[in-house]
Design a protein around this ligand. Structure first.
Ligand code: NDP
Length: 271
């Protein structure tokens, strides 16, 4: 019988992860299937126990379970512990799950692939939610001069205290007025999902990296390009964090460029 892997979340039916991961399972002739597993808030512990009993060989975890997955894990890697959240679970021989976070190294990989050097460059991070923590962690490790902007300033303060003590904190409105000279703006706001868009100033060639993709990123990216920014969406980050999870489960790093091209085609077909 084929072994089981999957992504646990709610909502999760829209996830591209089964498409991405099942392609890699086929390519590597691994007798397993990767499924989207809808698990409601409050049901994670029971679901993890049940998946362990059924011999699941790897899991991804997404909203709203990333923090709880770390709490429930029997052991965890340094990045997951530092970020306070896990997106990858690996079954342990001695029982229970080992937690890892591939969001931060996934974002870092996309900077490498895009040849984006942030060392001592002015970088604005918009947002202070879960994904902003992963982005901030990488930007700090790479020596960016970081400004964090968020609607709820207390949340940005808490993020900086935990992960980016030297960062400047601004409200979102202040940040939007000042980011015109930034080398890189990373947008982690979820407002694109609600049909919202940012009012960006003109840029002379800075990069506007929206970590959302598809419809959620379309309006902000279109505006960014119209104002002179080089636009980048979050599909590369999605593929990179997935590849790093696959590597943790199977010890094989998949081909990112191929997977990215396939995911882009699928995304364009469903839009
Ligand atoms: P969170 O809910 O943790 O954070 C949401 C952020 O958006 C907060 O900073 C919040 O501000 C802000 N926000 C929400 N609505 C508004 C609004 N109307 N006006 C201004 N600010 C707003 O979400 P995540 O960090 O988990 O995810 C954020 C985005 O990143 C999503 O679009 C998600 O799809 C994408 N993502 C992409 C990944 C990838 O691999 N490419 C991985 C993970 C996420 P406040 O604190 O004030 O509420």
């Amino acid at each position: 019988m084929r072994k089981l892997l999957g992504v646990i979340g709610d909502p999760v039916s829209h996830s591209l992860s089964p498409f991405i991961q099942n392609s890699w399972l086929r390519e590597n002739r691994i007798e397993a299937v990767y499924a989207a597993l809808e698990v409601k808030a409050g049901e994670l512990e029971q679901s993890l126990r049940s998946l362990e009993t059924h011999g699941a060989i790897g899991l991804n975890v997404t909203l709203p379970h990333k923090e709880e997955a770390l709490r429930l894990a029997a052991s965890a890697g340094d990045t997951a512990r530092r970020l306070g959240a896990a997106n990858t679970l690996i079954p342990r021989k001695e029982g229970g799950w080992h937690a890892e976070n591939t969001d931060a190294p996934g974002f870092a990989l996309t900077l490498d692939y895009g040849d984006i050097d942030v060392k001592e460059r002015e970088v604005f991070l918009l947002g202070a939610g879960g994904s902003a923590r992963a982005v901030a962690d990488t930007l700090v490790q790479r020596g960016a001069r970081l400004t964090i902007c968020n609607r709820t300033v207390d949340r940005a303060d808490a993020l900086a205290l935990a992960l980016a003590p030297a960062a400047r904190i601004l409200t979102l409105d202040e940040g939007l007025m000042r980011l015109h000279s930034a080398a890189l703006v990373v947008n982690t706001l979820s407002l694109g999902h609600q049909g919202g868009r940012l009012q960006l100033p003109e840029s002379s060639g800075g990069i506007f990296y929206d970590i959302s993709y598809g419809k959620a990123a379309a309006a902000s990216l279109a505006q960014a390009k119209a104002k002179g920014w080089r636009g980048l969406d979050g599909l590369g980050m999605l593929v990179a964090q997935a590849a790093l999870s696959f590597e943790k489960w199977f010890g094989v790093m998949p081909d990112l460029a191929n997977a990215h091209a396939r995911a882009r085609k699928l995304l364009e077909a469903v839009q």
